[in-house]
Design a protein around this ligand. Sequence first.
Ligand SMILES: NC(=O)c1ccc[n+]([C@@H]2O[C@H](COP(=O)([O-])OP(=O)(O)OC[C@H]3O[C@@H](n4cnc5c(N)ncnc54)[C@H](OP(=O)(O)O)[C@@H]3O)[C@@H](O)[C@H]2O)c1
Length: 433
Amino acid sequence: MGRNGDGLVRVGILGCGNVGTALVGLLDANADLIKRRSGVRIEVVRVAVQNLAKERAITFSPGVLTNDGEAVVADPAVDVIVEMIGGVEPARSLITSALKAGKPVVTANKELIANFGAELFEVAATAGVDLLFEASVAGGIPLIRPLRESLVGERIRRVTGIVNGTTNYVLTRMTEERCSFAEAVAEAQDLGYAEPDPTADIDGFDAASKAAIIASIAFGARVVAGDVSREGIRDVTADDIGAAEELGYVVKLLAVTEESAGAVSARVHPAMVPVGHPLASVRGSYNAVFIEGEAVGQLMLLGRGAGGGPTSSALLGDLIDAAKNLHSGARGATIGVLERRTIRPIDETTSQFYVSLDAADRPGVLAAISGVFGQHRVSIQSMQQKGQGDDARLIFVTHLAREADMAATIREVRNLDVVERVSSVMRVVGGEE
Ligand SMILES: NC(=O)c1ccc[n+]([C@@H]2O[C@H](COP(=O)([O-])OP(=O)(O)OC[C@H]3O[C@@H](n4cnc5c(N)ncnc54)[C@H](OP(=O)(O)O)[C@@H]3O)[C@@H](O)[C@H]2O)c1
């Protein structure tokens, strides 16, 4: 057994790409520090990859590298598994096999945890072994452990996150350099922040997976990626960014998860955030998570949400935890069964809204438009007119309103003959409670 007197814990790695390579480097560079601080000595004994012929930055000893993930999981010389393949299969099967064999698992796989977390947590609880996934949300930012440990007794009301660095980079460039959306995406690709196919980031899929994981852990509820209402940043225009600035807001792609009246909601969408809100100052590819709890009040965690260094740092913390538990015969607090809770549809959630529309500039128009808002119980906080005559644009910011009421308002306003077009509707988050 690896769990011997000198604290040796032997690791099997599944997937050694960007993140895996960084983790192996960190384990090597910090070996003495890890031993000193935690009492465990972590040795990588098997590594599974897809393509054995690929050139790698790391040279492994003979017999370490394989393309057979199951062989790594089944190897009696492996005590702990770290999964960094990504995607659902074969990661799901390999992790399930490892847990059933009593081997703790550490993973960075947001897609898997967001869709099959509940199933895997139950397998881990039944087997009595750790399944740790700090790296799956917001890269290097410690979030899962603070939620599960420091805040375990806290009644959390809402968690609002900037959890996708690519979109935050794009929106920051559009705000600060007045780039177009296309220019900002091209720049993010050049810098390696965005994939050649940026769909998962730009259209909010990546953030939705993270929102599902955050909601599951913050509220102990079974929330999967498909429960998350999702809207990306493709339709955010330079006009929206400029209007936000004039009104004292910054546009951000937010993951908002809330619990109220026994129901949980999770959504991803662009939103205007007041400049004084802590999330407004999160620039470039940084991530941040803003937590609101009854006793703790507001707190924010900020850092790098992706990249080999930050992600491997989160994996290493989990790996040391799993290794210490294994070595001492203890076991971490498993999540076990997530409750099935009502998922509140987005129509029943509330936000403030920014609405911009082009309308005829003549007496009675404002009354007609604000009358429609009123009929649908949407109360107007402020109104501005920009331009005159044919160029008149009306900009409204509402008080908190139900999504369904706002949608009905917009449908009806669009049909007024005095309204030429509704040019933009965006939620405002972080203003009114
Ligand atoms: N990159 C980030 O900044 C970041 C941040 C947070 C979380 N994550 C998560 O971390 C995980 C890994 O990301 P990454 O960027 O390191 O990905 P990556 O560079 O594409 O690496 C994937 C690795 O998995 C290996 N692999 C693929 N299919 C396999 C199979 N069937 N059996 C065994 N190995 C297989 C690949 O082998 P080859 O080397 O032979 O191709 C490669 O080594 C993903 O879940 C990702 O979502 C990444």
